[in-house]
Design a protein around this ligand. Structure first.
Ligand code: 16G
Ligand code: MG
Length: 550
């Protein structure tokens, strides 16, 4: 055990003083707020990442600088653990504490306590790999991060401008290099090769897909998608749109997965571009979410969200496992959140085990690890498929007894390579969807008709204190404020197919209300009524009560 290099930390920390009035929180998606306020946070995250690496015996930790689907002035940062998964949750509180130490002296005290409390052996090496998205505030924030890494003398690697899922891939690839769990070459080239090779094998012999339009949200998905297209060659015709990463204010502006999912309509820039029947999809600003859609022959918009992706992908994998003769050995299960459309939950539960967990990737990911093959997607389009070691071993060692079994086993092996198992990955998921559509000869229409979404509505309510809202049962019921859930239940009973729940947002200072019902106008009405209950209960200024809250 050596001591922290106080002098070194001090001399660099004074260049990154914390703004006095701000309070930072490491939430579901790391730290996320206005980019120009994050300098001190990035510096301290650099220190924290280095300490996390020391704690884990010098394993490489990832740091991603992004604010995903948020508007361009925002930025953020999150840590990635050695297997490419989200930071262990017990460290989120430590991150928040360090970020809020008011002065350099307070930071040093907090660091000393933290090192003692978590028993970090400072003599261990520390290694970090980081990347950023295309936001203009990124380069400066990366400099602050590097100062934090240098304050602790960490070894680091700059992975440049790339997507969140590529960074997760790199972390896993670096840490598994040379082991039997080697994940791939630890470069962007390695990632692109792995995905495109697997895709070409899976699509081989199938009719060439019709052209796919990809909305890149004017974000970092654009340059990576351009590269991916080169690797894919003519295996799939792709047209990229919203690739203006250098246009100020364009990022996520009226485009991208979050825009499509929340407004339930086409990005305006696609209106005159998308042909009826053509498949299109939107990535979000850091390319870890994916939403598909198409226009029918009456030019009506149809959205194929994370729930529809789950239905498509889970049934395909179940069929393959069966065709491979492994249905006794490998059980496939699904993880969703309360936001999953009620129709999707019904459709899936009739076929597979389905578990509901609280919002946030870490919850879904951990729950999915409990299945042999776990398929998880949030309705917002973030998700992936996890193949456990048991499942992978079965797939590699199973001796096929028919040519059909052998083909199915090959497909499963290629799927394991196609799917980014560290985290949701829009580009990898897009290739996965394209594979399933090609194998099933589905257009958007057939895919969409697996089940019909219940009309739904999401409403935000600004309240005095969102922490007054606590939930249970995977966020499906409110525990506090006391009595409110009873009133919601009473309202919900009056609506055919009604369902509604209320939860505090983990990324914004608001409370979210979700409602669904058999008829769209009823889903809207239920959502606004529940929002009204929430507003009245949470002590908002009555004169500010939005009129639509009935
Ligand atoms: C973050 C989460 C996402 C979740 C969303 C909910 C990660 C990496 N991302 O974006 O999974 O759906 O927050 O936001 O965990 P909310 O709490 O504001 O509704
Ligand atoms: Mg994202």
């Amino acid at each position: 055990m050596s001591a922290l290099p106080h002098d070194n930390i001090r001399s660099l920390s004074v260049k990154h003083e914390k703004p006095s009035k701000l309070k930072f929180q490491y939430g579901t998606a790391g730290f996320r707020t206005l980019g120009e306020t994050l300098d001190s946070v990035l510096f301290r995250v650099g220190i924290l990442a280095a300490l996390r690496s020391k704690k884990l015996d010098g394993k490489t930790i990832g740091v991603m600088v992004t604010a995903s689907h948020n508007p361009e002035p925002d930025n953020g940062v999150k840590l990635v653990d050695p297997r490419g998964e989200m930071l262990e949750s017990s460290w989120e509180g430590h991150a928040t504490l360090l970020a809020n130490a008011q002065t350099t002296d307070a930071l040093l005290v907090a660091l000393d306590e933290f090192v003692k409390l978590t028993k970090i052996d400072l003599s261990k090496p520390s290694r970090v790999v980081f990347a950023r998205d295309t936001r203009p505030s990124g380069p400066k924030l990366v400099e602050s991060l590097v100062d934090g890494l240098e304050a602790l003398g960490a070894e680091y690697r700059d992975a440049g401008v790339t997507t969140t899922p590529v960074l997760h891939y790199l972390v896993r690839a670096i840490n598994t290099k040379g082991t039997k769990e080697a994940y791939g070459e630890d470069t962007e080239h390695g990632y692109l090769t792995k995905l495109s090779d697997a895709f070409k094998k899976l699509i081989g012999g199938k009719a060439a897909p019709s052209p796919l339009l990809i909305d890149c949200a004017n974000g970092v998905g654009a340059p990576i998608a351009v590269k991916l297209c080169e690797y894919l060659g003519d295996s799939i015709p792709i047209k990229l749109t919203n690739t203006a990463i250098d246009t100020k204010g364009a990022l996520n502006n009226s485009c991208g997965a979050d825009f499509v999912k929340t407004s339930q309509k086409l990005p305006p820039s696609l209106v005159s571009v998308l042909q009826p029947g053509q498949r299109a999809c939107s990535l979000d600003g850091d390319a870890d979410r994916l939403i598909y859609y198409y226009l029918d022959d009456r030019s009506q918009f149809h959205m194929l969200d994370g729930d529809k992706i789950t239905a498509l992908v889970a049934s395909f994998i179940v069929d393959l496992v069966k065709a491979a003769g492994l249905d006794e050995q490998i059980k496939v299960g699904v993880v969703q959140t309360a936001y999953a459309n009620g129709s999707s939950t019904k459709y899936l539960s009739e076929r597979l085990p389905v578990k509901c967990v609280p919002t946030g990737v870490k919850h879904l990911h951990h729950a999915a690890e409990h299945y042999h093959v776990g398929v998880y997607f949030e309705a917002n389009g973030h998700g992936t498929v996890l193949f456990s070691q048991t499942a992978q071993d079965q797939i590699t060692t199973h001796k096929p007894s028919t040519p059909a079994q052998s083909t199915a086993l090959n497909h499963l092996t290629n799927l394991i390579n196609l799917i980014n198992q560290t985290v949701g990955d829009a580009l990898s998921d897009m290739l996965l969807v394209e594979v399933v559509l090609a194998h099933k000869s589905y257009s958007g229409v057939e895919w969409d008709s697996l089940y019909s979404d219940l009309p739904n509505r999401l409403v935000k309510v600004v309240v005095g204190d969102r922490n007054a809202f606590t939930t249970a049962d995977a966020e499906r019921r409110l525990v506090s404020p006391p009595g409110l859930q009873g009133k919601i239940d009473e309202l919900v009973r009056r609506y055919d197919g009604g369902r509604s729940f209320v939860r505090p947002s983990g990324t914004e200072d608001v409370v979210r209300v979700y409602a669904e019902a058999v008829i769209k106008s009823q889903a809207d009405e239920l959502a606004f009524r529940v929002a009204g209950l929430v507003f009245d209960e949470a002590g908002g200024d009555p004169t500010q009560r939005p009129k639509e809250f009935l």
